[in-house]
Ligand binder design. Structure first.
Ligand code: AVJ
Length: 314
């Protein structure tokens, strides 16, 4: 293993053990995205119940002219958590003068694979993938000198994974690293009826349950743990007071698990909190960003389920 990979694994072990020693056990949701996790997430985005992806794509398609105009010519596009880059293709198709595209993602193999395919499909575009955990320090690459503006693309409502205070810090961090003039095109899932929200995280086919449990499979492989995923049950619900979907893995029995030699005890019914997915009103999100960005434009679908927002650095 290369030094960098070893260092990454150390932080992963520290972060996982740190979380599992807490009274409310937790595992950071960014660890969902190993190869299988990324594939399972792609499967989630195709589910009938999971309205987020298709709604965001329809907003992008409907308003692509206005969005392309907002981004303008000769931009550098930096995508945070690029995954399949599927939505980005809609932008790339409309932005022929783009100077470069930098997909940033934590999942190395997947990132390389996606970047390779993109360079086949967009032979004239300079594509420079960056394998990084953009939630910690991430370096914005040097851009060629002839670009006009940096535009960060952060779709999918992934910003909902942060608690509001963390989201505030994250936005500060992006603004601090960006040029004087920079923009952020961000997808934000909106507050709505809880039955719609809860269905999106409890699909009939159990793909989300599989995605949730895959984090344990990953810990077994990468951190020498001995979880039995069948001894945990998927639980996702809307916490209305906090305005977030919570995902948990609930221990079906009293049990003991070992990770890197350390014993972790579970009572029957005790859970590991694996994800938060915050939902905002348009107004709440405007409040969240206002120290660093001003909201220039907000595009919504007809049901007002989801928003795509164009923020400019203040
Ligand atoms: C990729 C973080 C936006 O919170 O909806 C999907 C991840 N988790 N189903 C979300 C997820 C369970 C997703 N984000």
């Amino acid at each position: 293993m290369e030094d960098q990979a070893v260092a990454r694994q150390h932080t992963m072990l520290d972060e996982v053990l740190g979380g599992l020693r807490k009274p409310q056990k937790r595992i950071p949701s960014k660890f969902f995205y190993d190869r299988r996790g990324s594939r399972l997430f792609e499967e989630i985005t195709e589910l009938e119940e999971y309205y987020l992806t298709r709604t965001e794509i329809s907003i992008l398609e409907t308003h692509i002219d206005e969005i392309a105009r907002a981004i303008g010519s000769r931009a550098v596009l930096i995508e945070l958590g690029s995954g399949s880059s599927r939505k980005t293709r809609l932008l790339l198709d409309r932005l022929p003068s783009l100077v470069s595209y930098h997909p940033v993602d934590i999942s190395e193999q997947y990132l390389e694979e996606v970047a390779r395919q993109l360079s086949v499909d967009y032979p004239d575009l300079s594509i420079q993938p960056i394998c990084a955990d953009y939630t910690s320090r991430f370096e914005i690459p040097d851009s060629p000198s002839d670009y006009r503006e940096q535009v960060f693309f952060y779709p999918g409502s992934t910003i909902g994974n942060f608690r509001p205070g963390e989201a505030h810090d994250f936005l500060k961090n992006v603004a601090a690293r960006a040029d004087q003039e920079a923009a952020l095109l961000v997808g934000v899932d909106l507050k709505k009826d809880r039955t719609i929200l809860e269905a999106a995280y409890n699909d009939e086919n159990g793909v989300t349950a599989e995605f949730n449990k895959n984090i344990l499979v990953r810990l077994n492989r990468e951190l020498d743990a001995d979880f039995d995923p069948d001894k945990f049950r998927h639980n996702a619900f809307y916490n209305e007071e906090k305005g977030r979907i919570e995902m948990h893995l609930v221990s079906k029995h009293k049990q003991e698990v070992k990770i890197d030699g350390e014993r972790i005890l579970f009572h029957e019914g005790e859970s590991i909190h694996t994800e938060n997915s915050y939902k905002y009103s348009v107004e709440e999100f405007g409040d969240l960003v206002k120290d660093w960005f001003s909201v220039e434009q907000v595009w919504l679908d007809e049901n007002r389920y989801f928003s795509l927002q164009y923020l400019v650095k203040r």
